[in-house]
Design a protein around this ligand. Structure first.
Ligand code: HEM
Length: 456
């Protein structure tokens, strides 16, 4: 997915920003890219968008879909096609109140996450450590997002993960482990494919796996709706039920959107949760303040629901600060749809822009003491439209911003609250300092090993 957002390593952008300034042009193969690493210029570009912004050239995704007779989903669609799908999907998952109804389902997944932590830590030498928490949070995120998207459980947090789910995870891993290669799948001209067949072959193979998995779950839901209708029962449910019953999207469009949303919703959420836990473990004084707020507003044993989250501004600030320091998609893209003048330069229509929010997130002008984890800085900055908030836009901005933002927030807020209610979180002495690594996504460059000590 991530070739859309960032044609090459964000660390290179940071270096180039130091050398060439806040707006510069570079070449990426035959294409040139204008990079913008300035909060006000980014705000200008995003605020002047038209009704169907384009993120990047999606030819390779489109080609796969044409080859297999598949539809495009929200990530890969453009123009009127994208507008139609976005206007259907946005009604159901874009507002906090739309996703609030999933609190119960997400909390069931969190109960399983906590059980899993008990099992895993009992296997550790000290009875408290879980090594490489991202593996665990990957399973949590996949289970959580599937509960919302497919309205069913996958069994990711069980001792024996079902075979279908294992196969899906393999396809997903292939998509990401082959990231560098698949990124070039589109860049390699077709005539070269017989000589360098692997990238394109792997690209198609991983998409086949992802589509297959979604289709199984969408078809299951369709069958269960049909049998309810046959028995004259009323059909109620979440997003997928709505899509299948309302028929506002075709079945192929539903497959494509479920596939692309699941792809977009697993690693993003799990890396962010891993970083948040790492930050809380490294900053026990912040963790203590967040814990006290939870105890004060909610108590130790009450499972939170979505409407409790606004009462806990520090939890929200922890997530914002984590995403400022570790924006899982470190940059974003736009293809200009009209000529623009930015920073005194004329940028012609059709130019690929790279909006470098990883760089602007670390600017001292935007965030004093930018290298430090200080969630309190967010406590009075709630209005997303303020120019100073454009320094950190981890979910993008505007009409083409992340449609899963509220889903991710729900999964992360509720999990963090319950983890802190149950455990004091400490870094295991075996953990070396973990730095971010860009692999398309900004990922933890080492294993985060965490001690989950029972709260007294
Ligand atoms: C911490 C978690 C997440 C982060 C940081 C994140 C970040 C982003 C970003 C930066 C974009 C591009 C926005 C733009 O171009 O302005 C995006 C797009 C998208 N995200 Fe997320 N995302 C997350 C979780 C999710 C989840 C859970 C889902 C699905 C349930 C999801 C589905 C999508 C989709 C479908 C798009 C494309 C939207 C469109 O083109 O209309 N994301 N995300």
């Amino acid at each position: 997915m991530l070739q859309l957002f960032l044609p090459f390593s964000e660390l290179i952008y940071q270096k180039h920003t130091q050398e060439y300034g806040k707006i510069f042009k570079s070449h990426f193969g035959p294409q040139f890219v204008v990079s913008i690493a300035d909060r006000d210029m980014v705000a200008q570009v995003l605020r002047s968008e038209g009704r169907a912004p384009q993120r990047a050239n999606m030819e390779s995704w489109q080609e796969y879909r044409d080859l297999r007779g598949r539809a495009t989903g929200l990530i890969s669609a453009e123009g009127e096609q994208w507008l139609k799908m976005r206007s259907v999907l946005r009604q159901k998952i874009l507002k906090p109140k739309d996703v609030a109804i999933y609190s119960g389902g997400v909390n069931e997944v969190i109960t399983d996450l906590i059980k899993r932590i008990y099992t895993l830590r009992s296997q550790g030498e000290d009875g408290e450590t879980v090594t490489n928490v991202n593996n665990l949070f990957f399973k949590y995120s996949m289970e959580g997002v599937a509960t919302i998207l497919y309205e069913c459980r996958l069994g990711c947090l069980e001792n024996n993960v079902p075979q279908q789910t294992v196969e899906y995870i393999e396809a997903l891993e292939l998509m990401f482990s082959m990231f560098k290669t698949t990124m070039y799948a589109g860049a390699i001209p077709r005539w070269l494919r017989p000589f360098i067949p692997k990238p394109w072959r792997e690209f198609c193979r991983s998409w086949d796996g992802l589509f297959k998995f979604s289709q199984i779950h969408v078809d299951n839901k369709l069958k269960s709706i049909q049998s309810q209708l046959d028995q004259g029962e009323e059909v109620n449910g979440g997003l997928l039920t709505y899509l299948l019953v309302s028929k506002e999207l075709t079945l192929e469009e539903i497959y494509a959107n479920m596939t692309e949303m699941l792809l977009a919703g697993v690693d993003t959420t799990s890396f962010t949760l891993s970083w948040a836990i790492y930050m809380l473990a490294k900053h026990p004084e912040v963790q203590q303040r967040v814990y006290e707020e939870i105890i004060d507003k909610l108590g130790k044993d009450q499972a939170p629901v979505a409407r409790d989250v606004p009462k806990l501004p520090l939890i929200r600030a922890v997530l914002k600060e984590t995403l400022r320091l570790y924006p899982v998609l470190p940059g974003n893209g736009r293809v200009t749809q009209k000529d623009l003048i930015v920073g005194g330069y004329l940028i012609p229509k059709g130019t690929q822009l790279a909006l470098c929010h990883y760089t602007t997130s670390y600017s001292e002008e935007n965030f004093p003491m930018a290298n430090e984890f200080r969630p309190e800085r967010w406590l009075r900055k709630d209005n997303l439209d303020r120019v100073d908030n454009f320094g950190s836009i981890p979910f993008g901005y505007g009409i083409r911003s992340c449609i899963g933002k509220r889903v991710a927030e729900l999964e992360i807020h509720l999990a963090l609250i319950q983890l802190l209610q149950n455990f004091e979180i400490k870094i295991s002495p075996k953990t070396e300092p973990v730095h971010a690594k860009t692999h398309g996504l900004l990922t933890p460059g080492g294993s985060i090993n965490v001690r989950f000590s029972d709260r007294k």
